[in-house]
Design a protein around this ligand. Structure first.
Ligand code: LHQ
Length: 286
């Protein structure tokens, strides 16, 4: 359910259940986490590109998964009698269908939380090529990547409210930061489809490109990232996230601390020397 390939220093992960719009099953979530871990451990990998097979990126949690699919208990005799007596409810046909309690939280604890933490702390940049609809956890997984490039026909749906849930997969944390409270509430309460072009205008994603250019633009961008000073890029990601919770002076001091550490590292010495020598740099820190 996950295709893994490598092009140069770019690891490509393709969600591959196109018949179900690449909805996440526990098997897929497990493979995705394992593949990210593998990319994180492999020194030859310098960027990760994630995309979906077929017409969608990912429809979020697979609602057919047995561990989460709603189940109903058989009616008991007393229920059936009460049901027959209640004509109003009998008309709806639902009164005797008693839903069994479902623990859907375990999916978050055991699958989504470790996956999102793995994604957000990858030691190499992550790029998502959103090739079609990204809904629910599929949308927020995509938005958790460092750069998001979408094809013009792609869209983002915070589908949670439609089925009585709250945004997960980091959505509450990400959306307010990315587009502010008003737009975050608009997206999450109404659960409307946000087309890629508008997502780009709102600053939710980096780029929106023609569908037929998505794969090539995404791969070129991933290759560009792979050639850059990985360690500095990853400290940039962490610093931007941390700065959200800092005052100006603390942010200035954090920058100075990181800068002085990087000043001793290979990549700065190489990058600055290459600039002065008017040659291409060769970065290697990770
Ligand atoms: C699907 C799904 C799907 C199964 C399409 N599951 N089959 C985390 C953990 C714990 C608890 C619960 O939640 C979460 C996080 C979440 O992600 S909750 C949100 C789950 N996702 C959704 O609610 C989205 C459901 N899907 C849709 O609203 C639509 O399918 C979208 C808007 C994504 C696409 O619409 P269309 O382009 O019209 O396609 P479609 O609806 O016809 O879907 C095509 C097929 O894919 C269809 O199967 P079929 O056998 O009829 O061809 C769908 O049943 C199946 N599919 N999403 N999440």
């Amino acid at each position: 359910v996950l295709l893994v390939s490598t092009e140069g220093a770019v690891r490509v992960l393709t969600l591959n259940r196109p018949q179900a719009l690449n909805a996440f099953t526990t098997a897929m979530l497990g493979q995705l986490r394992h593949a990210l871990e593998d990319a994180a451990q492999d020194p030859a990998v310098r960027a990760v590109l994630i995309t979906g097979a077929g017409r969608a990126f990912c429809a979020g949690q697979d609602l057919n998964d047995p561990s989460i699919k709603p189940e109903f208990a058989e009616p008991e005799a007393s229920d059936a009698a009460a049901h027959a007596a209640s004509t109003a409810e009998a008309a709806g046909g639902q009164a005797h269908r008693r839903p069994k309690p479902k623990d859907i939280g375990h999916l978050l604890d055991h699958y989504y939380i470790p996956l999102v933490l793995r994604l957000r702390t990858m030691p190499v940049p992550t790029l998502c090529a959103v090739n079609g609809v990204a809904a629910g956890a599929g949308a927020n997984f995509a938005l958790g990547c460092d750069l998001v490039i979408a094809g013009r026909s792609a869209s983002f749906i915070q589908a949670f409210s439609r089925i009585g849930l709250v945004p997960d997969c980091g959505g509450t944390w990400l959306l307010t930061r990315l587009v502010g409270r008003a737009r975050a509430l608009q997206l999450t309460l109404l659960g409307e489809k946000l087309p890629a072009e508008q997502a780009q205008q709102w600053g939710l994603i980096a780029k929106c490109v023609a569908d037929e250019e998505l794969a090539s633009v995404a791969m070129a961008t991933a290759q560009q990232l792979a050639g850059m000073p990985t360690k500095a890029l990853m400290q940039t990601r962490a610093a931007l996230d941390d700065a959200m919770d800092l005052g100006l002076e603390d942010a200035l001091r954090m920058e100075a601390r990181l800068q002085s550490q990087l000043g001793y590292a290979h990549d700065y010495l190489e990058g600055a020397a290459a600039f002065l020598d008017k040659r291409a740099p060769h970065f290697k820190d990770r």
